[in-house]
Write a protein that binds this ligand. Structure first.
Ligand code: COA
Ligand code: ZN
Length: 301
């Protein structure tokens, strides 16, 4: 299996959406810029959602107009057709829809039940086919929902199959509240990868119960090569009680590289981005390995 790992930093979206301190678009751009300097494969730059629902993501259009000209795959979260149209208009080439496994979570997040969400997703994907925009789908609460409890792997597999059938370019298995454990992750991802191939999937873990990195390892062992992570461990969903930060990008890169995988990421530049995330938000902690990493990759003036 390939030793190449693709990391998508979701700090500027998943990370910043939940902060009490709302950053200005220029500050968000500064963070995005520092992430591209580190050579990340992808960065989620914002969300085309209702500014009433998520005030911190207002101004994503302004950000899209000023993104650094690099090979980085910029993506944005969209909740519906209007979001797709805005993403397209603003030059985004990868739009991310989201559906939770549970009705309760979907209704809180995008004010739609699952069956309406699936219909909407089908329409958005169909519309995307005559554009340059690819649409991937986040399958949220893939292990547990804060309102409805444990999610069965059969449900996830059935939903993933339906979404791929609709033409989703990839499915991101998202542990929204950080409830998955390595065994559950490995078993689910082995089943999905065996049936549909590794490239159709990415994994998105939150570190609520300190199992984020163990879950990345479990997915790696199952053949997954694409991961979301968040600089300095920023993150959380405003609509999912208990959702804390994502697994930190610096921790994921360190583990993968130490195990002989290649991420193509410059650790010194990544740590600079982590410092900036902490400086801008005042709440991010930095990855668990940050102190040790800084000793190995000191600040160069
Ligand atoms: N972008 C910006 N504005 C949008 C929008 C979008 N994608 N979709 C709808 N809106 C606007 C409408 O134009 C309308 O504006 P108005 O009040 O000025 O007329 C308003 O939002 C309400 O529209 P409606 O279709 O009734 O939406 P709603 O109130 O049922 O809310 C969502 C649905 C999806 C727009 C809203 O819940 C949302 O943005 N959720 C985002 C959740 C999120 O980002 N979660 C992050 C974790 S995955
Ligand atoms: Zn998340």
């Amino acid at each position: 299996m390939s030793k190449q790992i693709f990391i998508n930093d979701v700090g500027p979206r998943d990370g910043l959406q939940n902060q009490t301190q709302v950053l200005m678009p220029q500050q968000r751009l500064q963070l995005i810029h520092s992430l591209t300097m580190a050579g990340l494969d992808g960065v989620e730059v914002g969300a085309f959602v209702s500014p009433k629902a998520v005030p911190a993501m207002a101004g994503t259009d302004e950000i899209c107009q000023q993104l650094p000209d690099t090979n980085c795959n910029y993506s944005a979260l969209i909740p519906n057709m209007k979001g797709f149209e805005l993403a397209q208009k603003n030059g985004i080439k990868l739009a991310s829809l989201v559906i939770a496994t549970s009705n309760s979570m979907n209704e809180r997040n995008i004010r739609m039940d699952n069956s309406h969400t699936l219909t909407m997703i089908k329409e958005v994907i169909a519309a995307s086919k005559s554009t340059e925009v690819e649409v991937q789908v986040y399958l949220a609460t893939a292990f547990e929902c804060p309102f409805e409890g444990l999610t069965s792997s059969e449900e996830v597999i059935d939903m993933a199959a339906a979404l791929l059938e609709m033409g989703a370019s990839r499915i991101v298995i998202a542990d929204t509240i950080g409830a998955g454990d390595p065994q559950a992750v490995n078993s689910l991802m082995c089943d999905l990868v065996k049936q549909y191939g590794s490239d159709n999937f990415a994994c998105h873990f939150h570190d609520t119960r300190a199992m984020g990195l163990a879950n990345v390892y479990a997915a790696l062992e199952a053949g997954v090569r694409r991961f979301d992570a968040s600089i300095a461990g920023l993150g959380g969903c405003p609509f999912a009680p208990g959702a804390s930060g994502n697994v930190a990008t610096e921790d994921v890169v360190m583990m993968c590289e130490q195990m002989g995988y290649q991420t193509g990421i410059d650790m010194t530049a990544l740590l600079n981005a982590s410092d900036l995330a902490i400086d801008l938000t005042k709440t991010a902690r930095g990855g668990n390995a940050k102190t040790w990493l800084r000793k190995q990759y000191p600040i160069i003036n």
